[in-house]
Design a protein. Structure first.
Length: 690
């Protein structure tokens, strides 16, 4: 009994080992045929020289090992070999050639046997000529063309032909390690794909008709489908479509691939082999994460699509398809955002998978983060983080847990371009007139329901308009504009990013627009409120062109006009001088909130809130007098309260009216205002000593 016969007996009737036993029999037969004509088979230097007699025998003989042919039964369709044959379209000869090349990887004896048959003990893998002869085929047969680059074995990556500098028949055959591992039952992906594979969860909220349509598209033609991101979960739809088509999923991270452009052709071939071995379709995206230069992006996309040709491939991104990215034209499917009901179903599914104990209705939790755009992977991670946070506190998952987990999904790209503020205030902290509060509430409502109104109901069709919400806060300095933006962000469960204009405005022509484009691009990819403070500096009126400076300033304004209209996020512009804004900007605003100077009643409320309930107060403290006499904005009142608190801390006594008046005097001097008896009354003397 041979070694492989023993192996087959040990593991049962696995078709792989049964076919390898036949390969071993072929090799035994070939060795016997060679020894029959070898004048000195025991020569220790055999394979290192050629005797004259052996040379003459080569000239006189027809060549070959005189191995009889055989026709084994095809492997069962449900076996690993049968699956390989079906997925790669292998012929019986292809399978024999593959197993002959595989044998040394499974049994080291074949290395020495192949060295003997190659008449060169240093060449321990089968050559093309030897492999054909072991199949019972002459080297000149048409079967040698089963080893060309376009043939299934080589094109599919199952077989590598080494030593290309040698003549074709002398080249060596080798099987990649991943193919060997697959045939032995290993399901781990190729190690060369480490760091390049992403994750994507099937979207439970996607419409069944949409899934079936995408699945049919993946099965048609070259199988190339581009999912156009319009607020939906494009990776989740791709996973659902591949499952419906009876395929697995291999998710490639385009951002990770972009960092390894030098190795991209080889990595693309590895990914294609992995997909075909595992019977998977490929999900690639977002495509805008590929190199930003158009030529580099086109080259990268072309290499990926070429290597994955014939494999169902879903690409996705917010940009349209560029014909330069592939030789094939894809089917383009827009992916709209889910309805509120389906979004709630997504959260319910994700929280259930994460093992959540939910405090209240899932729909309430979904409404708490309704303004956020999340793909399936981000949603799953957010749900898991919210569950862990709630478990740590020993309570059910609540809206605050979910908001914090969703904010954690934001990337750091925008933080490098704007100052991030995690909101720490709420509606109760605002002291504003009712009309202003109504405008702020309207802004939050628009941000929360924009996907339904602008996406599903298409209330803003055409013109390249985005689904963003733009608001203007106009009022004097210190009237609460920035704080109000923070309150709106807190209500939406988002972070606030304040754009630093010093990093945006550039004296060189075109650089300001580039800086703003980077900010808008990053802002579209995070769930946050973008605040342009003192916006009139960059959103000013266009003027008559008198010189090159006017022309470039107008170009900058024109760019901002169209970019704001196509923006998909939430942005707030603040200004002290609303009249300086271009009317075209005003027309594109969704909400305009006026922030007037506070009246006496509002000033009293501001004094109370700014001083708080922790700071000890003396009996003579008269906040009503301060509110009635000192016409200050909220920001100035807060500054006075902080200054007075320092004075009280230094005196180690409760806060007195004298200290508070001294703080007001300091604020007056900062503002360049006069200290008048009509305002300070009986506290004038104390004010003059400050």
């Amino acid at each position: 009994m041979t070694y492989l016969e023993e192996t087959v007996t040990d593991i049962g009737t696995d078709p792989l080992w049964a076919r390898l036993r036949l390969v071993e029999e072929r090799v035994r037969c070939a060795v016997a045929a060679r020894r029959a004509v070898d004048p000195d088979p025991d020569d220790p230097y055999r394979g290192q020289y050629l005797t004259p007699e052996a040379a003459q025998r080569l000239l006189d003989g027809p060549g070959g090992l005189d191995v009889p042919g055989y026709a084994p039964e095809p492997p069962p369709p449900d076996s690993v070999l049968g699956t390989l044959v079906a997925r790669f379209g292998l012929s019986p000869v292809d399978l024999d050639l593959l197993l002959i090349a595989l044998a040394p990887d499974l049994d080291a004896r074949f290395e020495r046997l192949y060295g003997y048959l190659n008449d060169d003990l240093t060449r321990r893998r089968p050559t093309v000529s030897l492999a054909l002869e072991l199949c019972g085929l002459p080297p000149a047969s048409a079967a040698r063309f089963r080893l060309t680059p376009a043939a299934p074995l080589v094109a599919g990556g199952l077989l590598e032909i080494a030593e290309p500098e040698r003549p074709p028949l002398s080249r060596v055959l080798a099987v990649p390690d991943r193919v060997t591992a697959y045939l032995l039952g290993d399901t781990a992906p190729d190690a060369r794909l480490a760091g390049l594979l992403g994750t994507a969860a099937e979207d439970p909220a996607v419409e069944p008709d949409e899934v079936r349509r995408a699945a049919r598209a993946a099965r048609s033609g070259p199988g190339l489908v581009h999912l156009l991101d319009r607020g939906g979960d494009t990776p989740g739809l791709a996973v659902a479509a591949l499952r419906t088509a009876g395929l697995g999923t291999l998710v490639l991270d385009a951002a990770a691939l972009a960092r390894r452009t030098a190795d991209l052709p080889a990595l693309a071939r590895v990914a294609a082999l992995e997909a075909r071995l595992t019977g998977s379709g490929v999900v690639l995206g977002p495509l805008e994460a590929l190199p930003s230069a158009p030529t580099e992006r086109a080259r990268s996309a072309r290499e990926l699509c070429a290597a994955l040709h014939g494999t169902p491939l879903f690409t996705h991104g917010v940009d349209g398809w560029d014909p330069a990215w592939a030789a094939d034209t894809p089917i383009v499917l827009p992916v709209a955002p889910p309805s509120p009901q389906r979004q709630a179903a997504r959260w319910r599914h994700a929280l259930t998978l994460a093992g959540a104990s939910i405090g209240g209705d899932t729909d309430d939790l979904a409404r708490a983060v309704a303004a956020h755009r999340l793909d399936g992977g981000q949603l799953q991670r957010a749900a898991s983080a919210a569950v862990r946070t709630a478990d740590l506190a020993g309570r059910p998952v609540g809206p605050d847990d979910l908001r914090a987990a969703v904010r954690a999904q934001n990337g750091a790209g925008l933080a490098r371009l704007a100052r991030r503020i995690e909101p720490g205030v709420g509606w109760d902290d605002l002291v504003l007139p009712p009309p202003t509060r109504r405008r702020l509430r309207e802004l939050a409502v628009r941000a929360r329901h924009r996907e339904q109104v602008l996406g599903q109901w298409r209330m803003r069709p055409g013109g390249g308009r985005g689904r963003g919400v733009i608001a203007l806060f106009a009022g004097e300095s210190g009237t609460g504009k920035t704080m109000s933006a923070e309150v709106v962000a807190a209500d939406l469960g988002m972070d606030l990013y304040v754009v630093d204009l010093s990093t945006v405005v550039d004296k060189y022509v075109g650089e300001t627009e580039k800086n703003l484009e980077r900010i808008f691009t990053e802002a579209s990819q995070v769930n946050a409120v973008l605040l342009f403070d003192e916006a009139d500096a960059i959103f000013g009126k266009r003027s008559e062109v008198k010189d090159a400076h006017d022309r470039h300033a107008n170009i900058e304004s024109a760019y901002l006009l169209q970019r704001m209209e196509s923006f998909d996020g939430i942005a707030v512009l603040t200004t002290n001088l609303r009249a300086n804004l271009d009317e075209a900007f005003t027309r594109r605003l969704d909400v305009v909130a006026e922030f007037p100077m506070p009246d006496a009643a509002q000033r009293l409320a501001l004094w109370e809130r700014c001083l708080g309930d922790r700071l000890p107060r003396a009996a003579d403290l008269d906040l009503g007098f301060c509110a009635d006499r000192f016409e200050l904005a909220g920001g100035s009142i807060r500054a006075c309260a902080v200054t007075a608190a320092y004075l009280a801390a230094d005196s180690q006594e409760p806060l007195t009216m004298r200290q508070l008046v001294s703080a007001v005097v300091q604020e007056y001097r900062k503002l360049g205002r006069l200290v008048l008896e009509s305002e300070f009354g009986p506290y004038l003397a104390a004010a003059l000593e400050a």
